[in-house]
Design a protein around this ligand. Structure first.
Ligand code: 13P
Length: 263
């Protein structure tokens, strides 16, 4: 899907939750129903790979999709072709399941060993199948001197360095400061705004002024239904990447409705 998004994008990263198929099905059914009534918002859920088929809005026979409800995956293999890659799931297989978005370079995967090279390879594999990557970047500490800005710039350059503008147009950037993930509070909305402007500038420097204006930037890190409207309104981001609140059914439903009302 080309990145010509004007609607807000709310992405639920379920991480390794919930524990059972029955719970996953129930969450997906609730979110799919709410998404149908959204006006300015698109909802994406990224369940664990094992639950994607059962959460997908379309039946495998009718291929019918639900409005404003999309499937995402938390990871795709670096391998572009099928073969002897035990444990891997390729972007092509995800696409065939109805997945449209794939999270790439989440800090929890970087912590488990994804280097910049691996992140770049996953990004390339996802783009190669025409899927929309959600490239996660974020600093581990926010220092006074502003060194965190170079961390963000380096992460973008290391991932996108080999990617041509034509493909880069569909990249979505999720800014997730590591210190704000799983924390008590999200980053201040004013700071989200400043950082999203910086990310747009890095894209403008890499690909030209038009890309700086067009790139979709999400914020992630301790987003709840309470803070989401301010992060959208004051932080002026194009959407949110939500962890814990995305597997809390009442909270995520409230969040989708609250964001949809932001002018
Ligand atoms: P929390 O919303 O639980 O802080 O997680 C954020 C995140 O990592 C989403 O990808």
């Amino acid at each position: 899907m080309p990145n010509t998004l004007h609607r807000r994008l709310i992405v639920g990263n379920w991480k390794m939750n919930p524990a059972t198929v029955a719970e996953a099905k129930k969450l997906a059914r609730i979110f799919r129903r709410v998404a149908t009534s959204l006006v300015h918002t698109e909802a994406v859920i990224c369940p664990p790979l094992s639950f994607i088929s059962i959460c997908s809005g379309r039946s495998l026979f009718t291929k019918k999709s639900s409005p404003h409800f999309h499937m995402g995956a938390q990871v795709a293999s670096t391998q572009e072709e099928g073969g002897p890659h035990t444990g891997e799931v390729g972007a092509q297989m995800l696409r065939d399941l109805g997945v449209e978005y794939v999270i790439v370079g989440h800090s929890e995967q970087r912590k488990r060993g994804d280097t910049d090279e691996i992140v770049a390879a996953r990004l390339k594999a996802v783009l190669g199948q025409g899927l929309t990557p959600i490239l996660c970047i974020g600093e581990s500490v926010r220092d006074e001197s502003g060194a965190y800005l170079s961390v963000l710039k380096d992460q973008i350059k290391a991932s996108c360095g080999d990617i041509l503008k034509k493909s880069a147009k569909s990249i979505i950037v999720a800014y997730e400061p590591i210190w704000a993930i799983g924390a008590a509070e999200a980053m201040k909305a004013e700071d989200v705004y400043e950082t999203s402007l910086f990310i747009k500038k890095v894209f403008a420097d890499l690909y030209g002024a038009d890309m700086g204006l067009k790139v979709t930037v999400l914020y992630g890190g301790s987003v709840t239904y309470r803070n989401a409207p301010d992060i959208i309104a004051i932080g002026k981001v194009d959407g949110l990447l939500v962890g814990r609140e995305s597997v809390n059914a009442p909270g995520f439903v409230e969040l989708l409705k609250a964001v949809d009302l932001v002018k």
